[in-house]
Design a binder for this molecule. Structure first.
Ligand SMILES: Cc1ncc(COP(=O)(O)O)c(C=O)c1O
Length: 414
């Protein structure tokens, strides 16, 4: 009798999915060459080359390579003059850095709900949250899927707001043929180790606005200005500069990015078609306006009733036991994260703000459903597997659906 692996049966697969990061001689040569140049930071040419190449890749005029995606967000907010007493609207379903960057510049994150079909920020929710303090919208292209930039740009224009794109999961992603990052005023990308191109850590800011570029450049380089003297400082900058080693690795990683993105998209399309036929599994909606999806995450929805009413975590564990690296993803809305306690004094009760924010009273129903019941993920490297690997994912779901008694029994015993 077939038994679920979680109940002691044979797993659907024991073979690993492709290992991440992927690298070869190109990264090794690039690193040795950076080492031998003797210019490991300031004065080297690789950071500049990467900034130009990546900005062009994202259809942007300018790039500033920094230490992380979080730093890229923080610098973008600062360059736009956002600070004390200002509100920035962010999605509730995202990594904590999206809201932390807002708090770091002493501004107030205002949490919007997400669209149930895309898990991206819901423009209707954004509109309902605009106040006389709102200065910017900070949409996240979640999992590499562009947010509804048409709706967001129109809201921003109508209300005189800035848009900072959190594109930390969205290298090469396109909204109606235009790459994300500089569709709004500024955009931030991450190159942390799980990301689709990585240098271990790192980030970049992109923009089409020369003035914002110069401000961001100055803020990431101790307040200096490009053509001025080394010890002249014009803005309250700090050192957020990317090293030559990181830039060298990223230039090599970029060579594989298009091919890997195509592969992820092809496998995601295949999974969408197969998983949508399984009772209780609903992929996110496909949308013609998303002309390129970066698929940092393959996010899909489950109906737990169809899986015997077990928890999302129990279903993820059952998939993991079958050899499928499923993740529960964000397990609570960002407004519920305890770190917000630390900011109770300033900026949240800052006299310049003058308002009282009570995050404990927020309830965004779509985000709560996504976190607690519905949203599961596969990490990007899963989508670099073969068609047979994708079939194993489908087989694992079918096996679990056919053996719900095992799943219910094991989940009750835990
Ligand atoms: C949506 C989002 N925003 C911001 C970040 C922050 O990037 P970093 O880890 O490079 O600071 C991440 C990274 O995980 C992210 O996923």
């Amino acid at each position: 009798m077939v038994k679920l692996a979680i109940a002691g049966g044979e797993p659907v697969r024991s073979k690993p999915f492709p290992k991440w990061p992927i690298f070869d001689e190109r990264e090794a040569k690039a690193l040795i060459s950076a080492l031998n140049s003797g210019l490991w930071g300031i004065g080297g040419s690789r950071k500049r080359e990467f900034e130009e190449k990546f900005a062009r890749y994202q259809h942007a005029k300018y790039g500033v390579a920094v230490t992380s995606g979080t730093a890229a967000l923080e610098i973008s907010l600062r360059a736009l003059g956002i600070g004390c007493g200002d509100e920035v609207i962010v999605p509730s379903y995202t990594f904590m850095a999206t809201a932390m960057a807002v708090l770091y510049v002493n501004a107030i994150p205002i949490f919007a709900d997400i669209d149930p079909e895309t898990y991206n920020i819901d423009p209707k929710s954004v509109e309902s949250l605009i106040s006389d303090r709102t200065k910017a919208i900070l949409p996240v292209h979640i999992g590499g899927r562009p947010a509804d930039m048409d709706a967001l740009l129109s809201i921003a224009e109508k209300n005189n707001l800035h848009i900072i794109e959190d594109a930390c999961q969205a290298w090469g992603a396109e909204w109606k043929g235009r790459r994300v990052g500089a569709i709004g005023d500024m955009g931030a990308f991450s190159f942390q180790s799980s990301k689709n191109i990585t240098s271990g850590e790192g980030g970049i800011i992109v923009t089409n606005n020369e003035e914002l570029y110069i401000k961001a450049w100055s803020l990431h380089n101790c307040g200096r200005l490009p053509e001025k003297a080394w010890y002249e400082h014009y803005l309250p900058g700090a050192n957020y500069r990317m090293t030559e080693f990181q830039a060298a690795v990223l230039l090599a990683q970029m060579e594989r990015l298009d091919e890997q993105t195509e592969k992820r998209m092809e496998n995601a399309r295949y999974l969408n078609s197969k998983l949508s036929k399984i009772d209780g599994v609903r992929p996110l909606k496909e949308d013609d306006r998303v002309t390129r999806h970066a698929y940092h995450l393959y996010i899909f929805r489950v109906d737990l009733e169809a899986f015997g009413g077990v928890s999302k975590a129990a279903l993820a564990k059952a998939l993991q036991a079958e050899g499928i690296p499923a993740s529960v993803g964000y397990s609570k809305p960002l407004y519920k994260e305890l770190f917000l306690e630390y900011f109770k004094k300033c900026p949240l009760s800052c006299p310049h703000y003058g308002k009282h924010i009570d995050y404990s009273s927020i309830k965004m129903p779509v985000t709560e459903k996504a976190c607690y019941q519905e949203g599961l993920w596969f990490p990007q490297y899963v989508l670099l597997g073969s068609k047979e690997d994708m079939d194993d994912i489908v087989a694992a779901f079918e096996k679990i659906r056919d053996n719900l008694e095992d799943l219910i029994k094991v989940s009750k015993s835990h």
